[in-house]
Design a protein around this ligand. Sequence first.
Ligand code: GDP
Length: 197
Amino acid sequence: MSQFPGVQFLTSASAPAQFPPDQGWEMAVAGRSNSGKSSAINALLGRHALARTSRTPGRTQLYNYFEVSPGSRLVDLPGYGHASVPGAIRATWGPMADALRTRECFAAVMVVVDIRRGVGDLDLALIEWAARDPSRTHVLLSKADKLPRGQAGTALREAGAALEGLATCQLFSAHKGTGVEEARGLLKKWLAESTKK
Ligand code: GDP
């Protein structure tokens, strides 16, 4: 069963004017192209085909909004760093991104990093750009099933060192379900905190 029963696709935005009203709570999910971001969002929200893969034509440069619970949204940012799409970086850090980041409701960020690549400069730049409280910045080391357990543990320690003071991190596999409960638990904690304010 879905862990977020009310979850639904809300809207796609190609300009700040199309963002939902600046109310409630918003979390951005970002990651390099092909990092497993769409799979991670689908696993996190417990829906199979909610976030489409980056190969879906026409959706790659859009900011895709999902309602997680009433007044709380997840916004799926365009994948960055793909060699054949130089505009992807501009699309992620341009005026539209700044409009997103400066919204009152913008509260948290999750960054999806392919565990075999590790945390890279673009991921760190994104975390710096988002400039959220480190306790509201979390990295999912995706596709953890692709590494043997020992190597995954090493990658987790290395990512933890690279992210020290900037973000928390965890192992994650959308395919095997590894870490899905842990990530959902964090999202639920953030949501609960946001309603207490
Ligand atoms: P996006 O481009 O970042 O949205 O990534 P996708 O979710 O479309 O995934 C990119 C590729 O990685 C696809 O071929 C997925 O099947 C694969 N992938 C995503 N998550 C996992 C995972 O947990 N394990 C493995 N082995 N492959 C994954």
